[in-house]
Structures are given as C-alpha cells and as structure tokens.
Design a protein around this ligand. Structure first.
Ligand code: MG
Length: 497
C-alpha cells in the first residue's frame, strides 16, 4: 500500500491518515443521506453525530504526533510530486484548526447555524432587514478570520485561498477585466438578435418521472457511467459526493416539465462524478484522492454540461435516445432542441442563469464580497448596490430582496465561495481548446456519443492526479499556461455567432 510514497515520513503520515479518511467518508455518507433519505425528525441526532465525528477528526489531524510528522516531511529533501502534494494538502487541511482559536470556531459555527435559519425567514418574507444583523456579524467574523489566517495585499485573499488554493484578488480582477466587456458585447448582440432568447415550447412539455429516469440512464450508460460504481438519487439541490473511488453518487431533481432542467443537472453532476471516478487508484485512502479545488471541480462539471452536451453535435447523438422515452420530442427538429438547450436570457436569479449571463452573477457577488472585506461598503448598502450592479451588467432590476440580495444561502455560511464558479467556466473552456487539438474530431465523436477518448484525455490531464498538484501547478503541467479567460470569451462568441 502507498507505493507512491518512498519517504518514511510520508509513508507514516499516509498510514496515520487512514482513520481520518474513514471519518471523512463516513461524514460524506451521512451528509448524502441527510439530503436524500433521512426522515425529517432525524435531523437533531444527525447533527449530534456529525459534531462528534468532526471532533474525532479534528483530534486526529491536530495530534502533536501527526503535526510533527508533517513538519518532518516538509523539511525532507528530494520529495517526489506525490510526497510534495501530501505535505501541501495536509498543511492546508490542518491550517484552519491550528490558526483559528477554538473559541472563534465555535462562535462562527453558532452564528452561521443561526444565520441559515434567519436567511430562510428573511427570504420567505423578502425582507433583508431580518437577515442583516446576522450578516453583519458574519462579515465581522470573516475579517477576523482573515487576520488569523494571514494574507498579503487584500484581506479577501485569505478567504479565497480556503476555497481556491493560490487564487488572489489580483488574479480575479485580471480575469473579470477580460470577461466582463467581451461577454457584455456578446450578450447585447444575442439579445438584439433574438434567436437564442426566444422561449421554446419545449419548456412546457410534460414528462413522466419514469420516462425521464429511463432517458437519463440511457444517456449515462452510453457515456460510460457504470452502475456498479455510481448512482443517482433525488434531492432538492443537485450535488455530487464521493464515498470512495468506487462509490460516487450524484443527485438530481425532476419537476415534471422542462426536461433540460433535470438532464443538465445530471450531466453537470455527472462531470463532477467523472473527476472523482477517474482519480488514480494508487491514491486511494490518501488525502490526495480528491478533486484539487472547487474551481477545478466545477470546470469538470461545466465541461460535460456545456462544452459536451449543450452543443448541436450532442443533440444529434442524444435525440434518438431521448425521444425513444420522451414522445413529445418526435415533434421537434434538432435545431429547435439545440436552441432550447442553449437558451440565453438575462434573469435576476443566478441558478437559472445561462452560459453567457452566469459570470455576471458571480462578478457582482465577487465585487460586493471584496468591498465588504476591505470595509469599503456596509452590509446596510447591499440591497441597493446589488440592484444597481444587476442593472449595470444585465439590464434588469430585481423586484424585491428575495429576487435580489437574498437569493443565495451562501452568505449565511461565510464569504469567498462564489468565484470558483467562474474559475470553473474559464478552465472548462481552456480544457475544451486543448482537447480539440489532442482528440481528433472531438465533436464528430460527441455527435456519436463516443466519449471514451475525451474521457481518457481528461483523466490524463486532470482527473488521475487528484489533489497532487495545486490548481495553478496542474494548469501549467497540463496545458503549459495559467488561468486564461480568453478561451471562454472566444468560445462564447463563436457559439452564439
Ligand atoms: Mg457544480
């Protein structure tokens, strides 16, 4: 076991990590169950079980023995890439426990717990003032946290690094300064042209649950998803979780009409799942056996969802399968289905946004979070600033707080998570460009639903390494370049020409 490690400290750390791995995976399974099958009244005891497991995990990962082995590994010379990765990942895993005082962690946990409830109430009443006091406390705690964790240049960098290793305000400012003007230009053209903004009648076509499920599985099997390592269940908010390299689970929701909603959530989560399923088995039971960051993970879901499936070629390949289960599709031609898949329309709601408008929703949140952290704006001003920005970028003004500043649950848990979504879109387009060079006739193959070659390509370039390399190292190693938003802007421009 652990043949990837030669250094004695690395071997010993990997050995000591095994119970920690088991705790992580048990918590993942409990989390999956909570979202899918747990009876409602199980919540309280489940919360208790979770907190106990979290304590056990914390105790193991911060034990003096474990930390001193990590110190020794970091000081060792001549480490191989896996050993360097092990040291890097474990240092990051232990950072929050060793740098944040326990009293602070407790305070943050109790306020964020309460805030998730007050956020729900505020959103129901569409009244920001109900959420404001808790959000003010959370922003204050986020600034404190940045100080504990340490940062250069901007306090927001401390939070960003927790979500997206090595990414800074400077990187994001550079990224958005390329994305925003170009996407805005394309969006204006799409809106004035009207071809992709028209509503398709397919949005109203109703389906039976069993028919949709059969259609989804037909597609999934053709794309190579194997039921002996992968499953699909139902939850209100679709997600992916890995219980092990051979037990990866996704969820979807089915509302009975507008079938692309469930189809694309399946393909999106399917992209996340593929990343986990294609991690090198040699990394099993180590902290390297996971996706390296939320941004790189999101790139894999967006690659499958947008670059592969939201295309004319995919429609060509998938339509016969889909219409053998969904009768109404026999009345539509492939171009109509493609326009339905690739629909673009400025909407105030992020989770309903399309490929073109999505990044503006993230830019808006990023700017507000950054300014909150730098103390340049006040929580009090958020609803108005939100609406102004929305008008500036998308030309629409939310009707109320529920449709505006209160739409996402994220801020009830802290700040810093949103930029990963756009980083994911950027890397997905970057991967597409390189895949089209390396995989001969990529889109011809997509039109026949033959994904074996592109899946192997993704495995070699990204998946197999798990968290061995940091996101920036991985991009450099695989594509010979850093994060480059110009691939996304030219892809969008061409697609919606
Ligand atoms: Mg995702």
């Amino acid at each position: 076991m652990f043949e990837i490690f030669q250094n004695p400290y690395a071997k010993e750390l990997a050995e000591k990590y095994r119970p920690i791995w088991a705790l992580h995976k048990s918590m993942a399974l409990l989390g999956w169950d909570l979202e899918t099958y747990m009876p409602k009244l199980g919540a309280e005891e489940r919360g208790f079980a979770d907190a106990q497991l979290e304590l056990m995990l914390q105790e193991k990962i911060t034990s003096p023995d474990f930390l001193s082995l990590l110190d020794k590994l970091e000081r060792s010379e001549g480490l191989n890439d896996y050993e360097k990765g092990l040291a890097r990942v474990l240092r990051r895993d232990t950072k929050v426990y060793t740098k944040l005082p326990p009293a602070f962690v407790q305070q943050l946990a109790s306020i964020t717990n309460r805030a998730s409830v007050t956020w729900r109430e505020a959103r129901r009443a569409s009244d920001f003032s109900k959420f404001k006091p808790d959000l003010e406390k959370i922003v204050g705690l986020m600034r404190e946290m940045a100080n504990y964790l340490g940062y250069e240049d901007h306090p927001y960098n401390a939070l960003l690094d927790l979500h997206e290793e090595g990414i800074t305000v400077k990187d994001l400012d550079a990224m958005f300064s390329v994305l925003a003007p170009s996407l805005k230009k394309t969006l204006d053209r799409i809106v004035s042209d009207g071809y992709f903004t028209r509503r398709s009648k397919l949005e109203e076509e109703r389906y039976k649950d069993d028919d949709m499920k059969a259609a989804e599985w037909d597609i999934l099997r053709r794309l190579g998803y194997d039921e002996s390592r992968f499953r699909v269940d139902i939850s209100p908010h679709p997600f992916t979780t890995s219980i092990g390299l051979n037990d990866v689970r996704i969820t979807t929701r089915r509302k009975g009409y507008d079938f692309k909603d469930t189809l694309f959530s399946i393909l999106h989560e399917g992209g996340h799942a593929l990343y986990e399923l294609q991690i090198d088995p040699a990394l099993a039971y180590t902290p390297l056996a996971r996706g390296v960051s939320s941004g790189v993970h999101e790139s894999q879901s967006r690659f499958m969802e947008n670059m592969i499936a939201r295309t004319r070629e995919f429609v060509e390949g998938a339509l016969p399968l889909l219409s053998s289960h969904l009768d109404f599709l026999k009345r539509y031609d492939p171009e109509e289905v493609f326009v339905y898949f690739a629909h673009v329309s400025p909407s105030p709601i992020r989770v309903e946004a399309d490929e073109v408008t999505y990044n503006f929703h993230i830019l808006l949140r990023y700017e507000l979070e950054k300014e909150l952290m730098a103390n340049e704006i006040k929580v009090d001003d958020l609803p108005e600033l939100w609406n102004e920005e929305m008008e500036k970028y998308l030309g629409i003004r939310p009707k109320n707080d529920a449709e505006g500043v209160l739409q996402d649950i994220h801020w009830s848990g802290g700040l810093g998570g949103f930029p990963a979504y756009t980083i994911g879109n950027v890397i997905a387009a970057q991967a597409r460009y390189h895949a089209m060079i390396d995989v001969k006739d990529l889109y011809g193959k997509v039109s026949r639903l033959e994904l074996d070659e592109v899946k192997s390509w993704l495995r070699e370039k990204i998946h197999r390494w798990g968290a061995t390399y940091s996101p920036k190292e991985l991009l450099n190693k695989s594509f010979g370049e850093g994060l480059d938003p110009s691939y996304l802007t030219s892809y969008i421009e061409q697609k919606y020409r």
